[in-house]
Design a protein around this ligand. Structure first.
Ligand code: LLP
Length: 418
């Protein structure tokens, strides 16, 4: 999206504003899907809703025939609302409540079990309902995905999954096979996010496929699908990182090698989130002032970590462009300071940019994944509006919140007022 065009969008819809490129989302999806599909026919993609669960975006991915990886009741409702069929929804999260398990069974989705406790509770609920629950187990392969520690999920110390270690996962499958109201359908793992080295994916695929073979040989369990999660990184700094093609080139031969031993080709399920929407979204904000301290030059903008949490939470880097000075030379070093009352609210540190003035419009790039979906109303800041660009059309897909949002669900006890 060109600076001139984005400036017009900012003027028309106001800031802060998330702007998404419909065409880019579709292109990302197709690149990802075909990288795997062209090498392995039985591939199914489950878009990870947590990356961006705005209805219009989920609609686009449903039109592309993506399934849904959901982790909460409302993500599940979103998938149902955009029309994703139950067979194409997997419900994953750790610590599911009985209520969530009931909803998942009632909705006929695949339930990804995270612990033995969950399995027992699910079995009881299924038995009471006289309805079989279709499950996979999330297994923890004890692999370091070499990403930010807060988004590594397959480490041996991690809270996720049932460990392959000590035969825990093996025992889980052995037990589940005996349970009347459980239908064992697949296996799942997800070792982390923003992974930029395929080695971890290679190790993980080897371990999981080896285990799938053991289940077949020792327990005669024939899994319908192998779900290897999401996690492929994107290039936030413009650096060269593995593409879906290189990931597929790495893992598909491993799967095929083990399939010969297995005697059949299980479905391959993948759950990309960031790759699909990350570079398709931009956060636009406006400069409210430039402030020089004896130590740094801060650019104050009209948004903060309530709108884009990633820099504060993971020290993550997002490229920044001064749209209104796109043609000018970068001569100054600035920190882009968010407007939240916390020192940690710096959206970008030490960036070389053109000289900035009040009213300039700044674009924070690659904010489509885990941007709006992690936003909050902290400091009672209304969340930004979102617009979708396709062809020459720009349309609001989420209205800007107002102060009324903050009061809507609150009550002040009557006695307190007297
Ligand atoms: N599947 C499961 C089970 C997951 O937990 C996740 C992400 C995905 C798939 C999608 O992973 P992706 O392809 O997007 O890497 N908020 C963090 C990222 C947290 C990821 C959580 N799980 C961030 O902003 O970097």
């Amino acid at each position: 999206m060109e600076p001139k065009f984005l400036l017009k969008v900012a003027e028309k819809f106001g800031t802060p504003l998330y702007v998404y490129d419909e065409d880019q989302i579709r292109r990302n999806y197709r690149v990802f899907f075909s990288a795997f599909k062209s090498r392995y026919k039985n591939t199914k993609i489950f878009y990870a809703y947590k990356a961006n669960s705005s209805l219009a975006i989920c609609h686009i991915l449903h039109q592309e025939e993506a399934g849904a990886d959901v982790v909460s009741e409302c993500e599940l409702r979103t998938a149902q609302r955009v029309g994703v069929k139950a067979m194409n929804i997997i419900f994953t999260n750790n610590g599911k409540t009985d209520g969530e398990l009931q909803i998942a069974i009632d909705s006929d989705v695949t339930i990804n079990i995270d612990s033995m406790n969950e399995l027992y509770r699910l079995h009881k609920i299924a038995k009471d309902k006289r309805k079989k629950a279709r499950v996979s187990f999330r297994v923890n392969p004890s692999i370091d995905a070499r990403t930010h520690p807060k988004i590594a999920t397959g480490l041996k110390e991690s809270k996720f999954g049932i460990h392959l270690e000590n035969d825990l996962a093996f025992k889980a499958y052995r037990l589940a096979k005996e349970l009347d109201w459980i239908e064992v359908s697949g296996i799942h793992t997800h070792i982390g996010s923003q992974i930029t080295d395929v080695t971890a994916f290679r190790e993980m695929t080897e371990k999981i496929m080896q285990f799938v073979c053991e289940l077949k040989e020792n327990l005669d369990i024939r899994l319908r699908f192998v779900n290897l999660g999401g996690g492929l990184g994107i290039s936030y700094k413009g650096e060269n990182i593995p593409t879906p093609d290189s990931l597929a080139e790495t893992i598909i031969p491993i799967i095929k090698k083990f399939n010969t031993q297995l005697g059949y080709d299980p479905e391959l399920w993948l759950e990309p989130g960031r790759y699909i929407v990350g570079n398709a979204g931009i956060l636009l904000c406006k400069v409210t002032g430039v402030k020089e301290t004896p130590h740094r030059k801060f650019v104050n903008v009209d948004t903060g970590f309530n709108a884009l949490m990633r820099p504060a939470m993971y020290d993550s880097y997002h490229r920044v462009q001064v749209l209104s000075k796109a043609e000018e030379e970068s001569t100054e070093i600035y920190d882009i300071a968010g407007n939240i009352c916390e020192s940690g609210d710096i959206l970008a540190k030490e960036r070389k940019l053109p000289k900035i003035d009040n009213g300039d419009i700044i674009a924070i790039l690659d904010a489509g994944a885990y941007g709006f979906s992690m936003s909050s109303q902290y400091n009672l800041r209304p969340r930004p509006s979102e617009v979708l660009v396709w062809g020459d059309t720009v349309e609001v897909i989420r209205e800007r919140e107002s102060c009324e949002e903050f009061f809507k669900n609150q009550r002040v006890p009557k006695d307190l007022l007297e």
